[in-house]
Design a protein around this ligand. Structure first.
Ligand SMILES: [Zn+2]
Length: 232
């Protein structure tokens, strides 16, 4: 993807023995132009690896191998992968998004963010899930609206960035077919059994029901057996 370099002095060289293990999603509380100058100013003591605007333009401020200053303050964290006593900046990559807490993210910005997340994840072997793609609010309770008041934006990015599930469709549809057959067979057998009971042939009816239960159990076992490998 096309990335415009806007390198800043606000970073630490290297990662102090750590490597990127997660991506932190932020909102700028402003626009990309303002963020460019904020990160270019040493007095801000702030930076991020990337910044995106609503038109999908991507700026890079810090190299991924280096440590940006985007999520260093830990306060009441809600993140299971947080490492005690280690600055989160050392093992995360920060992506800033244009707008404020209540902005609607444009589809173009979301797809640029998704593409970037995919590329970073591939480079560093970062799983695309809710533990590895997180909101800034999960590191600091002082940032409750970063990346947005509606925190579902993080889930949305993950859903878009995730590769399609590897569940084989053939097995799934075969199980669905058996479920349908099972339902049909059960209804039919019930009707026959009810008819036989009405005719007074209770022994035949109970034999039929017992046989039907065996068939049903057999089919259930088969469905479970088919589903197991698919869910791995
Ligand atoms: Zn933030």
């Amino acid at each position: 993807m096309n990335i415009i370099q806007k390198l800043t002095q606000n970073f630490w060289k290297g990662r102090n023995g750590q490597k990127p293990e997660a991506i932190v999603v932020h909102v700028m509380d402003g626009n990309l132009v303002g963020t460019d100058s904020w990160f270019a100013n040493p007095a801000s003591e702030a930076s991020s690896h990337y910044g995106l605007n609503q038109f999908g333009e991507v700026h890079q401020y810090v190299q991924e191998e280096d440590t940006a200053w985007h999520a260093g303050v830990v306060l009441n964290p809600q993140w299971s992968l947080l490492k005690m006593g280690i600055n989160p900046n050392y093992y995360t990559i920060g992506i800033e998004h244009e707008g404020n807490a209540t902005s609607v993210w444009s589809a173009v910005m979301k797809s640029a963010s998704v593409e970037l997340i995919r590329e970073i994840s591939r480079r560093w072997n970062i799983p695309i899930d809710r533990e590895h793609i997180i909101g800034h609010y999960q590191i600091s309770s002082k940032k409750p609206n970063c990346p947005a008041a509606n925190r579902a934006i993080v889930d949305e990015l993950i859903a878009l960035a995730k590769p399609p599930t590897s569940t084989p469709l053939r097995l799934k549809s075969r199980s669905q077919l058996f479920s349908t057959m099972l339902t049909t067979a059960t209804v039919t057998l019930q009707a026959i059994a009810t008819g036989l009971i009405a005719l007074g042939a209770t022994t035949i009816a109970s034999d039929l029901v017992a046989g039907a239960i065996e068939i049903v159990l057999g089919v259930i076992v088969y469905i479970l057996y088919e589903k197991l490998p698919a869910s791995r």
